[in-house]
Design a binder for this molecule. Structure first.
Ligand code: ATP
Ligand code: MG
Length: 561
């Protein structure tokens, strides 16, 4: 596992683009595209590609197209299209008028295929799919030419138009580029460029029963849109000769440059729509936007900010070789952003009742607290203090070990913004479980300081019992137990059974009563939280976005591997 530099140097793609601008290649223009297939929801890997493509366009005053690469009618849908649009916008990018669909090019792509046949560079093959595979050869052995390879052009044209007309069943024929069955690059051994699929398409309905393949569609879509730099991930490197071959064979006026970069891989995370869809369909998660999912919609619901994702994408940089990024870096970027923007509030997640014996029973004090420790412009709020409070169960121990400095019998601690309290006794039920703590307070310590200068070792958060709002809080852990979810071969075997913990008796300070879904806070000492889309004024629901403990800082200091 490699850990990226915090400030990456200008990346190799930027260098290429800058060189091209300097040489006035493409008239100095930069046109990129983000071309997802609408067969799932966008994930963090796509975020990297979005930041790269839209980012280049922004920085070099060009433009970036949003293109739906929708040539496989079996898996695509409008739901996915709409979700992509929402996600790209949320990430902070804008395609303006430039939204395209490969399916809008079906007529043109068909014409290109006809032209390729006329040039003698494509033929209709009638071998079965299995035979085609067999004839293709292997990495070590050359392929074998199909007996249909030398069909006359007229016959190819006739068959191809009848394929389009729906005269043949699926698999009866395919259209193949006529390149070189002995090429050392398997991709170049007469790749299939059209196939029969008698399936309705979510946009073109039953208009087509032949569909173009990715390698044929992608380069031509780029070319028709005038893309200058066609940026894709490394696994397409071996397809680059085919990208170039198609455009050369058709002598297109625009020939974009394909540039490959390394995919984002992240520990404890799967970045593949094909696999993520299994988690959704087999109900391992509540949906594509389950806050544990690495999808943009899941991260949004969890409370991530677009700024944090952009910052993360900048820090990981763009490289030419594959590596895996530590999830802790993503969380570090998130904390940096939330630390600045999230107002502080107090919330007790696992409450224990505390009675301040010497505090007047019906007295309520309003204590003024800052909403942010270092940004005074975020203002203040008043929180009530009363005789009965809730503290966090984990902040009390009846028999504390040496290094436990929080509340214990006889011990004095500070309640944040309030008073010093001392625990005087513990109340238990018949089974010996602690049900209540009895404490006294020192009225002289109002605001949290002792005039006599005496010190306490802990400051605890709290809420006033009579004013607290009950809420549900969902705590999350990684969706997988292993840094590489594919460890052992079956990612589902590595799912973390404890990735979600629901706490239903959390007590929040009254300021949170009107928290709208999507609002983010720091619950002091407990982490950053975001009101969930399920949250209503009657039943508040919060997601823990991230804890406060920054593993990345430890990794940087070499304290943790
Ligand atoms: P998936 O396996 O999730 O379906 P994909 O590459 O098939 O991924 P597409 O929707 O076809 O997804 O890709 C859209 C764009 O996003 C492509 O340019 C692709 O290279 C890029 N992309 C996809 N996954 C990653 C990743 N992990 N890191 C960086 N870019 C990615
Ligand atoms: Mg795909």
């Amino acid at each position: 596992m490699t850990t990226p530099d915090i400030s990456p140097p200008p990346n190799f793609i930027r260098n290429i683009v800058e060189e091209d601008i300097k040489n006035n290649k493409n008239n100095g223009q930069v046109l990129t595209r983000f071309p997802p297939e609408p067969n799932g929801y966008l994930h963090l890997g796509h975020a990297k590609s979005i930041c790269l493509n839209f980012g280049l366009a922004k920085d070099y005053k060009g433009r970036c197209h949003l293109r739906f690469d929708d040539t496989d009618p079996t898996k695509e849908s409008m739901e996915y299209v709409l979700s992509f649009q929402e996600d790209v916008k949320w990430m902070g990018f804008d395609w303006g008028q430039h939204r395209y669909f490969a399916s809008d090019y079906f007529d043109k792509l068909y014409d290109f295929a006809v032209l390729l046949i006329k040039k003698g560079k494509a033929y209709v093959d009638s071998l079965s799919a299995d035979e085609i595979r067999e004839y293709r050869g292997t990495f070590t052995e050359p392929g074998k030419e199909s007996p249909y390879r030398n069909r006359p052009i007229e016959e190819n044209l006739d068959l191809f138009s009848r394929m389009k007309a729906g005269e043949f069943p699926d698999g009866a024929h395919v259209l193949r580029a006529k390149i070189d069955m002995a090429s050392p690059n398997i991709v170049m051994r007469d790749p299939v460029i059209y196939r029969i699929r008698k399936i309705d398409h979510y946009r073109t309905g039953s208009q087509w029963c032949i569909y173009p393949m990715y390698d044929f569609t992608h380069c031509l879509s780029d070319s028709m849109e005038g893309i200058t730099h066609s940026i894709c991930t490394l696994e397409f490197e071996i397809n680059r000769p085919l990208y170039d071959w198609v455009l050369d064979a058709l002598e297109t006026p625009c020939h974009p440059q394909q540039i490959e970069f390394a995919k984002l891989n992240l520990t404890y995370t799967l970045l593949s729509k094909r696999k993520l869809i299994q988690l959704v369909e087999e109900k391992y998660v509540s949906g594509w936007n389950d806050p544990r999912m690495p999808t943009i919609s899941g991260l949004r619901r969890r409370g991530y900010t677009p700024e944090a994702l952009q910052n993360f994408c900048e820090r990981i940089g763009v490289a030419k070789s594959n590596s895996t990024v530590d999830f802790a870096l993503l969380e570090h970027c998130l904390r940096e952003d939330l630390n600045e923007r999230a107002p502080r509030v107090m919330a007790v997640l696992r409450p224990i009742r505390v009675v301040i014996e010497n505090y007047p029973e019906n007295q309520i004090e309003e204590l003024e607290c800052p909403n942010h420790p270092t940004n005074p412009e975020m203002g203040t709020r008043k929180i009530p203090f009363s005789q009965v409070l809730y503290l966090e169960q984990e902040d009390f121990m009846e028999n504390p070990p040496k290094k436990f400095y929080r509340l214990a019998p006889g011990r004095e601690v500070r309640l944040r913004y309030a008073y010093f309290i001392t625990c005087t006794s513990v109340v238990k039920d018949d089974k010996g479980n602690i049900t209540e703590l009895r404490c006294t307070y020192d009225p002289a310590t109002r605001g949290g300081d002792a005039p006599d200068g005496r010190k306490v070792k802990a400051t605890l958060h709290w809420v006033a019992a009579g004013h607290a709002i009950k809420a549900q809080v969902r705590l999350y852990d990684h969706l997988f137990t292993t840094p590489d979810p594919e460890d052992g071969g079956d990612f589902k075997a590595n799912l973390n059974p404890k990735s979600l913990e629901v706490l239903s008796d959390c007590q929040l300070e009254p300021a949170l009563r009107d928290a709208k879904p999507g609002t983010r806070y720091q619950f002091e000492r407990m982490g950053y939280f975001c009101a969930d889309s399920d949250s209503t004024p009657e039943q508040l629901v919060f997601n823990r976005t991230v804890t406060l403990k920054d593993e990345w800082v430890k990794i940087q200091k070499g304290e943790k591997k």
